[in-house]
Every structure is written in C-alpha cells, then in structure tokens.
Design a protein around this ligand. Structure first.
Ligand code: SF4
Length: 230
C-alpha cells in the first residue's frame, strides 16, 4: 500500500468542522479547475512525495492529540490505495474526513463506510461541468447522491469563479442541492494567483457577495449556509 501524499498540514481547526485535525494532501487530480489553489498537487508524479511510512509515523505521534485526519488533495478518489490508507488511519482511532470533487463513484463506494465527514466540491450545475477540463458532472452527481443516501455528515461547497458558475446560476444550483437533501452549503471566494492567466478581475469574483438578496435566498434553503472570503 502506498498512498501518494504531496503534503501534510499538521494541525487545522478549519478543514474538519468541529474537530482538531491534520490534513494529508493526496497528490494528483484528474481535472483542471481554473481557480485551483493547489496546482502543484495536480500532477500524479513528482519528487517531493512524502513516503507513506513517514505519514504513518506522524499519525502515530499525534494519537490522542488530534480527533481526525482529512484526506484532501489533489483528488483523493483518484488514488487506488485510498481505502487501505483510510483503514489504517481508522484503526489508529481517528475520525476520517474526505475532501473530494466526486470524480470516481466506484472508489467512493469503497471508502464511504469509512468516512465520518465529507467536504464535497460542487463545481457548477451538474450539466455544465464541461466548463472544467476533464470534469464529469454525471459522475459528480452520482457521488453526491451516494453520500446523501449514506447519511454521512457533509458540506457541499462551491468556489465562485464566473468562468465556471455565473452569478445568476448560483441560486438554481443552490435550489437543486437543497432539493437533493444538502443541509450545509458553503460558497467560497477564490484567490487570484499572479501566475493564473485570464483570471477574472476582483469585481467579477466578488459580484456574488454584493448581491444580498441572492445570499439571503440561498441562506433560506439550508440549515447552515457559510460564506467564505479568501
Ligand atoms: S479538483 Fe481541486 S485539486 Fe483538482 S484542479 Fe480542482 S481545485 Fe485543483
């Protein structure tokens, strides 16, 4: 077993709601969001990998100090060894968190019984995933349905990039998620990195947050509605 890990955040209070956690950043992602904050983790290879036994050593040293371990990325579902890694971490007594964009329903089915909380990226309307190279809205929707059917506590979240979701598409998406049974929904402003070409200006990136009526309507659709500014 060898999960490919590109980084570890040793302590976080924000990546797993209500729990003290560490984050394992799985290396590799099959899709290409224009706003990706971890572009260095998109490639599956690299020389800066953290060997799994080093990760295990770290996790052993934090027993009793941390509640949970979050598998983030990159895209954890892109890795065939995710399930065995989760089993190992679970056996240490940790809660398991998963950050995913729902790229592989079969692999999700394998790990769903092991997960205690999921942060699920919803990129845009499921029939408009063609705006992101290699993304698959049908697969993502299948994954969301599976998570909701399993009853695993989860947060759906959407990063607000006008290249991917226009301001007037946000309410219909929120209504869809609410109808499906999502109880916690977060919208996230994204950072504009200098190296990103063609990134929209700050005014376009923040237009969603200026529309108080829109935010109020979305707020009414969920038990918890979270606005995250960058
Ligand atoms: S799914 Fe996440 S890691 Fe993959 S390209 Fe998008 S933002 Fe980056």
């Amino acid at each position: 077993m060898s999960l490919t890990v590109g980084g570890i955040e040793k302590f976080t209070t924000v990546n797993y709601p209500g729990q003290l956690a560490a984050v394992l950043f799985c290396r590799g992602c099959p899709i290409r969001c224009p706003y990706c904050q971890n572009p260095s983790l998109q490639d599956f290879g690299g020389t800066d990998l953290i060997p799994w036994d080093i990760c295990v050593e770290f996790l052993e040293s934090r027993k009793g100090l941390l509640d949970g371990i979050v598998f983030s990325g990159g895209e954890p579902l892109a890795q065939k060894d995710l399930k065995s890694a989760m089993e190992q971490v679970k056996a240490m007594g940790y809660l398991i968190g998963l950050h995913t964009s729902g790229t592989n329903a079969q692999r999700l089915a394998d790990v769903l019984p092991l997960t205690d909380w999921i942060g699920f990226d919803v990129k845009t309307a499921f029939d408009r995933y063609d705006r992101i190279p290699h993304a698959n809205g049908k697969e993502a929707k299948t994954c969301l349905d599976m998570i909701l059917a399993a009853g695993v506590p989860m947060e759906a979240r959407t990063t607000l990039d006008p290249r991917v979701i226009a301001p007037d598409e946000l309410l219909p998406l929120a209504e869809t998620l609410s109808r499906e049974g999502v109880k916690t929904y977060a919208v996230q402003e994204y950072h504009d990195f200098p190296e990103q070409n063609g990134a929209p200006d700050k005014e376009s990136r923040t237009a969603y947050f200026a529309d108080k009526d829109l935010l109020q309507k979305i707020n009414g659709l969920f038990d918890n509605f979270i606005i995250r500014h960058s």
